[in-house]
Structure formats: structure tokens, C-alpha cells
Design a protein around this ligand. Structure first.
Ligand SMILES: *Cc1c(COP(=O)(O)O)cnc(C)c1O
Length: 446
């Protein structure tokens, strides 16, 4: 054993090896240290009785490159869920990102007014395009929609009552709970109605001198079926106006062009909501809108101005990366260039084109190991609850649990349905098809 310990080369000697010529010394030292520590442990516990220096060097190399790998890495989302919260929600197209990079990689007029040569307003960017797009007086962008909710409640309802239907006191993924966010913001939650039914009279009767706001919250990831009733935002708006109160709709998600497969049946598009000139609405930038993570607040200028005066805004502000990507997305919307918005592109693919791609891959991997299925999927991301729509999946035959793991190890995250492992094309960009073919071949030939 002592001999083996003595056989371990000194760290200084290893660093000097010519195999490590181009390696960063600091990272290399760490890789060597970790490997030697492991080796010592193995010798001590008598798990090995010899080792080869060459193998040790290879292991150090492998560890070195592992240490330099970023923790964030791309995955193939083959679950069919386009807005997969755990896999980064909305995709940004390369083209829009490249356009935005001109601003991101250079100095810019982020807070500089080129006409006056003086300090400008960060919030002026993206604002004009988004206001035009949403047909509202003004827009303010913050870090995410959770921030938007918080800022709005804190600005207008601190120590004042906000009326919310009991059917809308939701928890959204990641433990964002409306009642708790309200409490933190300083607003007083006044629950009205019941879990399944809330009527306009419930709002009317609950208004007191201390009421500041009538708030509607999108139910996001669940829906109430059967004996239920909720009040349209337009009616809440009218009641607010009659009582000089603020109406606010936390939409969660918002969309502009018509959704395919009748998905918009229960969800009015943004432009229908803004038609009646609500005080405030807010939604996520990276849900159905299909852009960067952000909270987009839209509505009347006098209220947006008030929000801008809140000191909290500084904590919730967005940087140039978000703003420039949002501007690019807004421009794509204004030009009706929906193909440039990957979320919409994926959603709007026909099942015919998905089936064609599945067939092409099947041709390359052989028919005996797979079959093409017409299945159903959901949008995800807390949008369009319980609204399924058609998709095409490639069923890879075999033990679903084992296959899921094998594919996951290769960075392809699929879905198990009825004990079948499925690769659902709804959430896969066509540019990934050749990579998928390679991965499938590797897995089934293992
Ligand atoms: C998703 C969602 C939020 C949170 O939005 P983020 O952008 O994830 O912070 C808030 N409210 C509703 C209704 C939502 O659906």
C-alpha cells in the first residue's frame, strides 16, 4: 500500500507534463487535486492494488474539461410541452438574438438621450413598440410577471384592500402564491365570492372606503369545470370606473395573433382586452408572448407614471439584454413575422408537417424499432389550462422507463405515455432532427 501511495506523482510534476501545456494552471491544479484525493481514498480502502499513470492523466484531462463546462446546457425538449417551465420556457430565435447582440455587445443609448446628450430613460426602450402593439397608452417592463404583480400591488394598494375572487387565489409553479405575494406587497387581500362562483354583486358589495383595486387573476394551471361562474374582466373594469378604483388583470400569459386549434376559445387575445382601455394588465414576456423573461405591464399612462415613481422599480428593473430582445420580438410582431417567434412557430406547425419529419427520422432508424402516433399535448407554462391539441410522436419501442433514462443521458427529454416512450415533435425545432436521428440510433444500438 505504501508503495502505491509513493507511486502517486507530485502535483507540481503533473502540472509540468507536456500533455497539459495549453491548460489553465489553476483549473488544472483543481482537476489534479480532485483525482489524487480520489486515488488516495481508493488505495486506503483497498479498492485497487495498482494504477496506471497514463490512465490518471486521462482522468485529469476529463475532469479538467468537465470543470470548464457551463452548468447550463442545451437540451432537446421532446415532451411536446412548448412552454416547458423547467426547460427555459420560450425560445429566442437566433436571428432576433443576433439583431439584439448589436446592442448587447456594444455601448448603447440604454440611458442616454442622443438628441440632448444627457441622461435618458431606460424605460423608453421597447415601450413605444409594445404600446403600439398592444394598443395601450403606455407600457412598463420589469424583471418578470411576479415582479409586475408585486410592484402594482405595492404602488397602489399598500395598506388598502384589493378584491380578488376566491376562485382566483392560485398558486403558480415555483410556489408563487397570490395571497402571499399580496401580503408581502403590503396590500390587504379581500377575498370575495366562493371557490366555484363569484358574481359581480360580490365585488359591488365588498367595496369600502379603503378599497383601492379590483384585481382579476388568471387561473393559469388549473380550471374549474361544472357548476361555476366568474366575472368577465370588462365588467370588473366598468365597476372600477364607476367607483374610481383601479382595475387590474394579472393575465399570466398573453397572446396577439389568433391561436390554432381553437386554443383561444376561453382566453381573449391581448388586443381584445385592451380595447376597453383597462387601468392595468400584466403578463409574462416568456410565456405565449414568446420572448425574453420579463413582466410586461400595460395600461393607462397615469398609472404607469405612478409605477415609475416607486423606488422598488430599481430592484425589479430589466437590463439591456432583456430590453433589446423584447424590442426585437415586438418588431417581429408589428411586421406579423410570427415565424421569428419560436413559441408561435412551434405552436402553428401542422400535424402533417410534424408527421413528415417523424417519417423521415423513422426511415433512417428502421421501422421495426418505432411507430408514429397521433397524440395530444398541452401548451404548458401555466397557460391554456386543460386545453389539449394534436401532435405527432415517435414511439420508440422497448422498456419506457429504461429508454427515458438513456435518452435523458444524451440530452433528449421525452415523455412516457401509456408505458410508451415518446419523442413528441410539437416542441422540437426542425433543425434538431438530424441530431435526434443520431441519438435514436445510438440508443437503440446500445
Ligand atoms: C406565470 C404567472 C405569473 C408569474 O409570472 P412570471 O413571469 O413567471 O414571474 C403570475 N401570475 C400568473 C397568473 C401567471 O400565470
Amino acid at each position: 500500500m505504501d508503495n502505491l501511495f509513493r507511486k502517486i506523482p507530485k502535483i507540481d510534476k503533473l502540472i509540468e507534463l507536456k500533455q497539459f501545456d495549453k491548460f489553465n494552471k489553476k483549473v488544472l491544479t483543481e482537476a489534479i487535486r480532485e483525482n489524487i484525493e480520489f486515488l488516495r481514498k481508493q488505495i486506503k480502502e483497498k479498492k485497487i492494488n495498482d494504477f496506471k499513470i497514463d490512465v490518471l492523466i486521462e482522468q485529469i484531462k476529463r475532469r479538467y474539461f468537465f470543470l470548464l463546462k457551463p452548468s447550463l446546457k442545451p437540451l432537446i425538449n421532446a415532451t411536446g410541452i412548448i412552454l416547458h417551465t423547467n426547460m427555459g420556457r420560450s425560445l429566442i430565435s437566433k436571428e432576433l438574438l443576433e439583431n439584439a447582440s448589436k446592442v448587447i455587445c456594444n455601448y448603447s443609448n440604454l440611458e442616454y438621450n442622443t438628441q440632448t446628450g444627457k441622461r435618458g430613460q431606460r424605460y423608453d426602450h421597447a415601450r413605444e413598440d409594445l404600446s403600439k402593439l398592444l394598443n395601450v397608452e403606455d407600457v412598463l417592463v420589469v424583471n418578470n410577471n411576479a415582479s409586475a404583480v408585486f410592484l402594482i400591488l405595492n404602488t397602489f394598494a399598500k395598506n388598502k384592500e384589493v378584491l380578488v375572487s376566491r376562485g382566483e387565489l392560485v398558486e403558480i409553479g415555483g410556489s408563487f402564491r397570490i395571497p402571499e405575494v399580496m401580503k408581502e406587497s403590503g396590500a390587504i387581500l379581500k377575498e370575495i365570492g366562493t371557490t366555484n362562483k363569484t358574481k359581480l354583486t360580490d365585488y359591488k358589495q365588498a367595496i369600502t372606503d379603503n378599497t383601492a383595486m379590483l384585481m382579476k387573476v388568471h387561473k393559469s394551471n388549473f380550471s374549474i369545470e361544472g357548476f361555476s361562474e366568474e366575472v368577465d374582466f370588462q365588467e370588473i373594469e366598468t365597476l372600477s370606473k364607476e367607483n374610481n378604483l383601479i382595475d387590474y388583470y394579472d393575465l399570466g400569459s398573453g397572446y396577439i395573433p389568433k391561436l390554432p386549434y381553437n386554443l383561444g376559445q376561453k382566453e381573449p387575445p391581448l388586443l381584445k382586452l385592451t380595447k376597453t382601455n383597462p387601468s392595468l394588465i400584466s403578463f409574462s414576456g416568456d410565456k405565449l408572448f414568446g420572448s425574453a423573461q420579463a413582466g410586461i405591464i400595460a395600461g393607462k399612462k397615469k398609472y404607469i407614471d405612478k409605477l415609475k415613481q416607486n423606488q422598488l422599480l430599481r430592484m425589479l428593473r430589466v437590463d439591456k439584454i432583456t430590453l433589446s430582445i423584447l424590442e426585437e420580438t415586438a418588431k417581429a410582431y408589428l411586421k406579423e413575422d410570427y415565424e421569428k417567434i419560436p413559441t408561435l412557430y412551434l405552436l402553428n406547425q401542422t400535424t402533417n408537417s410534424l408527421a413528415k419529419r417523424a417519417k423521415e427520422i423513422q426511415k433512417n432508424i428502421g421501422k421495426q424499432s418505432s411507430e408514429i402516433l397521433e397524440t395530444w399535448t398541452y401548451m404548458g407554462g401555466g397557460t391554456l389550462p386543460n386545453r389539449k391539441f394534436p401532435t405527432i410522436s415517435l414511439h420508440i419501442k422497448g422498456d419506457a422507463i429504461k429508454l427515458e433514462k438513456k435518452f435523458r443521458e444524451k440530452g433528449l427529454i421525452g415523455r412516457i405515455e401509456n408505458d410508451m416512450f415518446l419523442i413528441d415533435f410539437r416542441s422540437i425545432l426542425p433543425s434538431l432532427d438530424s441530431k435526434i436521428t443520431i441519438i435514436v440510433k445510438e440508443v437503440i444500438n446500445q
